[in-house]
Design a protein around this ligand. Structure first.
Ligand SMILES: *[C@@H]1O[C@H](CO)[C@@H](O)[C@H](O)[C@H]1NC(C)=O
Ligand SMILES: *[C@@H]1O[C@H](CO)[C@@H](O)[C@H](O)[C@H]1NC(C)=O
Ligand SMILES: *[C@@H]1O[C@H](CO)[C@@H](O)[C@H](O)[C@H]1NC(C)=O
Ligand SMILES: *[C@@H]1O[C@H](CO)[C@@H](O)[C@H](O)[C@H]1NC(C)=O
Length: 254
C-alpha cells in the first residue's frame, strides 16, 4: 500500500515525538488558541508559506544539548520534514541573522544595548553572511532544489531589510505559518507585523523557543503564546494540529 505524503509526514513526526516530551510541556502544556473540536477543519489554504525564523547555527547550536533545546530542535525538524513531504511542497522561507561583513556594520558605532541582538552576547553569536555561524542548522534541512529560500536580516522582524514582503506579495501569499527562535524576538515581531499587513498568521507553539536558561523565560514564552498572540488574533497551534492541517492544505501555489 502506498501511503499519501501526509501520512508519511505524520509517521515521521510520530517517531520524533517519542523522543521528546516537548519543550512546551515544561512546566505546563501550553493550550493552543484553536480548540480541539475545531482543529479538524484547520487548513492553511493554497497560498501559504512556512517561515522558519532565525534558525541559523549561531542561534541554535548553544541550545542543542539542553533538554528544552533538544525538544525544540526535534519538533522543528519534524515539522520541516512534514512540510517537505507535501506534494508539491509549499514555499519555505528561512531567516538567518547575518551581518553584511565581519565589521557588523548594522550594529552601529555606539550600539551599546540599543539595537537588536546586542544583548545576550549576540554580536559574538552571530556573524557575517556566508560563514558557518549564519548557515541554517543542518537538521533544519534547506532544500534549494525544492525552492527553499534563506533571507539574511539584522533586526528582529523577519522582513527587516530583505525581500520577504516582495516575495509574499508577488506570490499572492495570504497565510504564513511561523516557527523559530526566540519567541520574544523574531516570532513576536514577525507575527505582529505580518498580521498588520493582513496575512493570516499561525504560530506553531511547539516550534518556538525562548532562549536563555532562567525559569522566567518559560513564563515569558507562555504569556506571549497564550496571552498576547491570541488577542490579535494570531492563531497559536500545536505541532500536531499543524501537521494535520498540512494534509488539508494545498496543493500549494507559488
Ligand atoms: C505540543 O504542545 C502541546 C500543548 O502544549 C502538547 O500537548 C504536545 O504534546 C506537544 N507536542 C510535542 C511534540 O511536544
Ligand atoms: C467548540 O467548543 C466550544 C466550547 O468549548 C464551542 O464554543 C464551539 O462552538 C465549539 N465549536 C464547534 C465547531 O463545535
Ligand atoms: C553537543 O553534543 C554533540 C555530541 O556530543 C557535540 O558534538 C556538540 O559539540 C555539542 N554541542 C555543544 C554546543 O556543546
Ligand atoms: C528536494 O526537493 C526536490 C524537488 O522538490 C525533491 O525531488 C527532493 O526529493 C527533495 N530532497 C529531499 C531530501 O527531500
Amino acid at each position: 500500500m502506498t501511503l499519501p505524503s501526509r501520512s508519511l509526514g505524520l509517521i515521521a513526526c510520530a517517531a520524533a515525538l517519542c523522543n521528546s516530551v516537548g519543550y512546551n510541556c515544561h512546566p505546563t502544556c501550553i493550550p493552543p488558541s484553536i480548540p480541539a473540536n475545531e482543529s479538524s477543519k484547520l487548513s492553511f489554504g493554497k497560498y501559504y508559506v512556512v517561515l522558519n525564523l532565525d534558525v541559523e547555527n549561531g542561534a541554535v547550536i548553544p541550545y542543542e544539548n539542553n533538554t528544552a533545546g533538544k525538544a525544540w530542535i526535534s519538533n522543528l525538524a519534524c515539522w520541516i520534514h512534514a512540510v517537505h513531504r507535501q506534494s508539491p511542497p509549499p514555499l519555505s522561507i528561512y531567516t538567518a541573522v547575518a551581518y553584511v561583513n565581519s565589521h557588523k556594520l548594522e550594529l552601529g558605532v555606539q550600539s551599546g544595548e540599543a539595537v537588536p541582538f546586542v544583548r545576550n552576547g549576540a554580536p559574538e553569536l552571530f556573524g557575517a553572511a556566508d560563514t558557518k555561524t549564519t548557515k541554517i542548522y543542518e537538521r533544519f534541512y534547506v532544500n534549494e532544489t525544492a525552492g527553499d529560500v534563506v533571507l539574511p536580516k539584522a533586526r528582529f522582524y523577519a522582513g527587516a531589510g530583505n525581500q520577504l514582503e516582495e516575495i509574499l506579495r508577488a506570490q499572492k501569499i495570504d497565510t504564513v505559518v511561523l516557527s523559530g527562535i526566540a519567541t520574544s524576538g523574531v516570532v513576536l515581531a514577525t507575527a505582529l507585523r505580518l498580521f498588520d499587513l493582513d496575512y493570516n498568521v499561525y504560530v506553531v507553539l511547539n516550534n518556538t523557543f525562548q532562549a536563555g536558561a532562567k525559569t522566567s523565560n518559560q513564563e515569558v514564552n507562555e504569556v506571549i503564546l497564550t496571552g498576547i498572540l491570541p488577542l490579535l488574533p494570531v492563531k497559536v497551534i500545536t505541532l500536531e494540529q499543524a501537521v494535520d492541517a498540512l494534509g488539508r492544505s494545498g496543493p500549494a501555489k507559488y
